[in-house]
Write a protein that binds this ligand. Sequence first.
Ligand SMILES: [Mg+2]
Length: 569
Amino acid sequence: MNEAQVRSIARSGGSPPAASDASTSPHTDPRGVKRASALEAEQRALEVLADRDLSKLLATPKERREIERARQIFVNRNLRMNKIELIGFDMDYTLAIYHMRRIEQLSFEMTLKRLIAHYGYPSEISNVLYDHQFVMRGLVVDKANGNLIKMDRYGHVGRAYHGRQQLSDEVWRRLYRELRVNLKSPEFAWIDTLFALPEACLYAGIIDLLEPKGPLDYAKLYDNIREAIDTVHRDGSLKAELRKDIGHFIFKDPQLGPSLHRLRSGGKKLFLLTNSLWSYSDQVMGHLLDGVLPEYPSWRNYFDFIVTGAAKPTFFSSNAPFLEVDATSGEDRIVGPAKALERWKVYQGGNLVAFEQMTGFAGDTVLYIGDHIYGDILKSKKTSLWRTCMVVQELEDEINYTDSRQEEISRLSEIELLRARLDDELNHRKVYLNNLERRLDKEELTDPLRAALEEERRRAKSELDKLRRALRQAVEIADTLERDVEEGFNPFWGLLFKEGNENSRFGEQVEQYACLYTSRVSNFLYYSPMQYFRSPRDLMPHEQAGALSGKLSPLGSEGPAVAASKESP
Ligand SMILES: [Mg+2]
């Protein structure tokens, strides 16, 4: 019995029926015993729910517990924080939240220069401008056709652009109507990291610029951009630029130190597991945490284990050894192989199995927090029992935006419900009209009856016309409102977590693989380190449709299975 049902009994003033059957022979009839204890539980539920003192206690810390939606931690799978002993953090885009526009602009410009200098692209491509709005996590490059596409959870293509031109309906139908995108196919490339965002903009901009001058090899263009952007990241040239003014590129979240402290005070041990090398990690972490709290003069005070250059995702499946890094110099010098992981020392490489052996923490006592759906979340989920939390920094903007459009969004839901009702009604009435017409055509009818049926047919037709007009109108209104809401967030791609009526492919992956997700690590500050994160109870469609109301179908249902008794037929 759920809370609402218990309340409804309470409201009706009724008490649960007396346990007459059960109480007569509770010791001989196991079903009677169970029913009696259920009735007693229902009675206790009423008492607990009516307990005024308890309600007061639950209402008191309201100010502290009300967390604005944009800063909440959302739950896909239940997670009891008191079972978690060790919490790991990725660094880039997880502990360190980058100023996206600034780093994207820098990476865009450096990649353009590299394409001209090393790949023979004409210098005029330096005229391509960066447009932050034209990029979004979860876009897919269709390398065969030179298009950028966004998919829903089923791989169905919604929005699609060639260069920066939206595909016409005709081209979209020809290429994508029948297609379900398989991301494993080499024809497609998924832009799933924040580091890779500028490539969508580069790809579209260069196609717009070069295509009028002659045929383009779309796949080669994408591969060149991919390689150039990777090189800019891997050869250290981008990081060298970032290091010149780290504060310009990385937000310093004043709540990060206090939230890590809160977790440590709750008895958790913390570790850092990042692909960035030691010298860069040291500078970034120092910027974020050094001197923030007097108990932690250095960022290293917060962490029990520090692993840099971890080479995720292969960290989760390889047997690479842990190496000790010389943490006294900024040169990423390796001291030698590590036999143990010790506090105050810094390590590089390593692997999951050795990590669990050396730290003594394993499986679902570990929570790992990262931003990369594949490298941090999906891969760790598939190779270990680690629990996961995904940091999606775009979430704050998306929630604030949808909250600001709440009125339009509820109007849209109402119109969508109306559309469904109109559609159903129309189908019922079409069948009715068909039957009338069949009778008029085939049956021998008396004149008065024929006249009455013809009159009925006229009426049914006119009602059908009205419903048809209303449906056309509802479809048009819903499309317009939906476009307006989505494109108010991003004029090209709509919402990050949605594509049309469905979750986007990106949204679906977050739901499928991350136990928790939130916009930034410091949101843990608002929760107890013992918090039981509960996922909203999943209802199957038949439950949502009201099966819990307790009504049984009048047609054909035999009711719930019951054990044989004297009363049974
Ligand atoms: Mg990261």
